[in-house]
Design a binder for this molecule. Structure first.
Ligand code: FA5
Length: 345
């Protein structure tokens, strides 16, 4: 019996040493240490042994069992470590490889111009206001001294949704809305950037959808010279001291007196080209002193308060600043055009 146990021990340890994987080890465990295994089988014959030999044989059987179990455990550890090493090797990352370049986007040139203009006016104490693009006829026209049937409504061909609702044709309705919110109390000092829509035919300087930035100042003692000074500061900061500016008398029903401001054309240097339609000048904004009727309709006492307002076209400003010869470039989104304004390359 002793010999048989020793034999089984040698046989099992040999098998353990050559076991190729965890499954094979488990099979060895079941076959040698299981209830139906050869060791249990040998031990069944213990009854035939003398009382003296029995505990010795029992101790030997335990020793054999323990050595086989320890052998399996050791080999199992070895296989597990090898498996981890193999996995780590397979998943190894070469941290020295260069990363994939990330393509960075860019602000659209119009966004850049609008942010630049906003910063300039915020620096002069203005706040930024907003209003709806789908607007009531009342705010787009009536509150701006343009009652129904007024001939000057034709100056801004409109997209109507219903008889009372339209796509705003300018950002001036934000003037009326803001003044109304102030309930007759000044000062008001806002700029309002946003999209506007007109039934204009698209050409080099006209688009049916374009941007405007409205400005409005209402307070006691606001004069035409304040407007002129503000526009001059704006034009010099935006275009540089070398560009020429001119104010022309004009007409808007919501301002009196009214002016339009032109800047000398950058494309032709003032000689005349297709962009400036041969005049050497490009109109960039309309402005004037807020009409007393507009102040009164919005709840301001026109004897106490005066104000100025202006409305400019950022596309025209961007064209002049960057020398762009067609407004449609801003809306066709040709990446070759847009890339020229990249600050990353
Ligand atoms: C107005 O829209 C007035 N609301 C501006 C104003 C505000 C005057 C406050 C007085 C007081 P006008 O239609 O001229 O005015 O347009 C203003 C500017 O928008 C123009 O100077 C021009 O720069 C730009 N603009 C007008 N029509 C178009 C168009 N179809 N495409 C691109 N830009 C345009």
């Amino acid at each position: 019996m002793q010999e048989r146990l020793k034999e089984l021990q040698t046989e099992a340890l040999e098998k353990i040493s050559t076991a190729a994987d965890l499954k094979e080890l488990n099979d060895i465990r079941v076959s040698y240490l299981g209830k139906k295994g050869p060791i249990t089988e040998v031990l069944k014959g213990m009854g035939k042994l003398s009382a003296e030999e029995r505990p010795k044989m029992g101790a030997l059987a335990n020793e054999v069992r323990d050595s086989i179990a320890a052998g399996i455990e050791q080999k199992q550890k070895h296989h597990e470590e090898a498996a981890v090493k193999q996995k780590l090797a397979a998943e190894k990352i070469d941290v020295t490889l260069p990363g994939r370049p990330v393509k960075t986007g860019n602000h659209h040139p119009l966004t850049r111009i609008i942010e630049e203009i906003e910063d300039l006016f915020i620096g002069m104490g203005y706040t930024v206001a907003e209003g709806p693009e789908v607007e009531k006829d009342y705010y787009n026209f009536e509150a701006l001294n343009l009652p129904k049937g007024h001939p000057a409504r034709d100056m801004q061909d409109s997209f109507y949704i219903t008889e009372e609702i339209l796509l705003r044709t300018h950002t001036s309705p934000v003037q009326a809305r803001t003044m109304e919110k102030h309930e007759g109390k000044g000062p008001v000092k806002i700029i309002c950037p946003g999209k506007v829509y007109r039934r204009d035919n698209d050409d080099a300087t006209h688009s049916h959808q374009f941007m405007q930035i409205e400005g409005l100042v209402v307070d006691e003692n606001i004069r035409m010279t304040d407007l002129k000074g503000t526009l001059e500061v704006f034009a010099k900061k935006m275009f540089g001291d070398d560009r020429e500016i001119r104010l022309r008398p004009s007409f808007f029903p919501f301002t009196e007196p009214s002016v339009e401001m032109d800047i000398s054309c950058k494309i032709c240097g003032g000689k005349g080209c297709s962009v400036c339609k041969g005049t050497g000048w490009i109109e960039i904004l309309g402005a004037g002193m807020v009409h007393p009727n507009v102040l009164e309709m919005a709840g301001f006492d026109s004897k106490k308060y005066t104000g100025f307002a202006f409305g400019m076209g950022p596309e025209r400003i961007a064209m002049l600043k960057y020398g762009v010869d067609d407004i449609r470039h801003f809306y066709t989104n040709d990446v070759r055009f847009l890339k020229q304004f990249s600050i990353h390359e």
